[in-house]
Design a binder for this molecule. Structure first.
Ligand code: ATP
Length: 385
């Protein structure tokens, strides 16, 4: 059987893994744009997450799609949870079209679903999204934001749900994405290769182990993938119960206003991101630390700039904003109703202690993951990493 390199076996790149998980917790975040170097596990991470979603099914997935409009009915949903969009995809292929053969042969009109139908309930991966024609990017971002694919063509109007996790990649050296498109991607992260020598060696040895014995390698990471899926499932379930207190709302407004972002999309995405992060680390409410961590994913690509500044400069400006926000400190909120686990061994995930400058989202999620793994009865202490 064909095996996929496990999501949990990725070395480091915790922000990348976290950004992907958060988009799975709340696809309404609007998708993730990964900028960065080649060979840094972007595709490996996305395929690993897809395999995890396929195996453990932490997210709801419908069997068929309900069509509305001029051709009401339903079409079966089939295929993989991961839809990869080819760069030569046409608008018809993406949105779906009227099946010509059925008109010619049977004289009836039938809707032929496209990639936006196939992606419903899964991941839509667009490698090198900056090389895609603008009107196609527009269609993808529109569906990602609204969760609906609308086909208005040839005198016909059809719509169907299309909720997916949009993941785009781009290498800025090969061309830019227009600012109006950048703003519509919920998160952007920049990733580069790892410089820690031990981590580099670990990447090679894990890859060679996987290639030599994919089955055995995947078995060793099974428990970690299962735990990640369980965290995802719980976070999805609890998402709308997470409180966003006034102090966090204030911090979000302050950060976005000081960043000088256009409109209010950043405020909304930052709120959704912080809420998804709180859900993933099992906190009952959004704290200042969650907001600050999410500001790094939400603000850099939205800060107005002259065009000469690279992502790194904008990330530095975001750090300055985070450092100076909230009167230089945290968004203080009440400790809420957190009840430690039965064994009392988990730290309070709602810990609102000020972390100077806030912690990285990847650290918050994977520190929590490691604590859970230590206290999960089914997980052997000797599991990898
Ligand atoms: N952090 C990592 N952990 C595990 N494997 C890694 C890591 N970084 C890179 N690799 C390995 O490097 C190889 C390249 O990874 P991958 O194809 O996912 O990169 P990519 O970022 O999608 O590249 P490209 O931009 O060229 O498409 C794979 O064999 C992958 O296993």
């Amino acid at each position: 059987m064909y095996r996929v390199y496990p999501f949990s076996a990725l070395v480091g790149q915790e922000d990348l893994k976290t950004a992907l998980l958060l988009c799975a917790v709340d696809p309404g975040i609007g998708g993730l744009l990964i900028q960065g170097d080649k060979g840094t596990a972007k595709t490996t991470a996305v395929r690993g997450l897809a395999a995890l979603l396929e195996e453990y099914r932490p997210l709801p997935r419908e069997e068929s799609l309900v069509l509305e409009g001029d051709m009401p009915g339903s079409v079966p949903l089939r295929g993989s949870i991961l839809t990869e969009l080819p760069l030569n995809a046409t608008e018809d292929r993406i949105t779906g079209s009227i099946h010509l053969e059925s008109i010619l042969k049977e004289g009836t009109r039938r809707f032929e679903p496209g990639l936006l139908a196939q992606a419903h309930g899964g991941i839509l991966y667009v490698d090198e999204v900056n090389l895609l024609e603008s009107h196609l990017v527009d269609i993808l971002l529109d569906a990602a934001a609204t969760g609906i694919n609308r086909v208005e063509r040839e005198g016909i109007s059809i719509s169907h749900p299309s909720q997916f996790i949009l993941v785009g990649t781009m290498n800025p050296e090969e061309g830019d994405l227009r600012p109006q498109f950048l703003d519509r991607f919920g998160f952007t992260i920049f990733i580069s290769g790892l410089h820690d020598l031990e981590e580099r060696k670990e990447i090679v040895s894990r890859r060679l182990d996987f290639d030599a014995d994919p089955e055995g390698f995947c078995d060793r990471w099974l428990e970690d993938d299962a735990l990640t899926a369980e965290m995802l499932r719980k976070a999805r379930e609890n998402l709308t119960d997470i409180e966003v207190p006034e102090s966090s709302r204030h911090l979000i407004a302050e950060l976005c206003s000081r960043a000088g972002v256009m409109g209010h999309r950043a405020d909304i995405t930052l709120t959704r991101g912080a809420r998804a992060l709180a859900a993933l680390v099992e906190a009952p409410a959004v704290t200042g630390n969650h907001v600050k961590a999410m500001a790094r994913f939400v603000l850099p690509h939205r800060i107005p700039h002259s065009g000469v500044e690279g992502f790194k400069d904008l990330a530095d400006r975001t750090e300055q904003l985070i450092g100076g926000a909230g009167g230089g400190g945290s968004a203080q909120v009440e400790t809420g109703s957190f009840v430690p686990g039965d064994d009392g061994s988990l730290d309070d995930p709602y810990d609102n202690t000020e972390i100077p400058g806030g912690a990285a989202a990847g650290s918050l999620v994977f520190d929590h993951f490691k604590k859970k793994r230590r206290t999960s009865p089914g997980i052997p202490q000797g599991s990898p990493k």
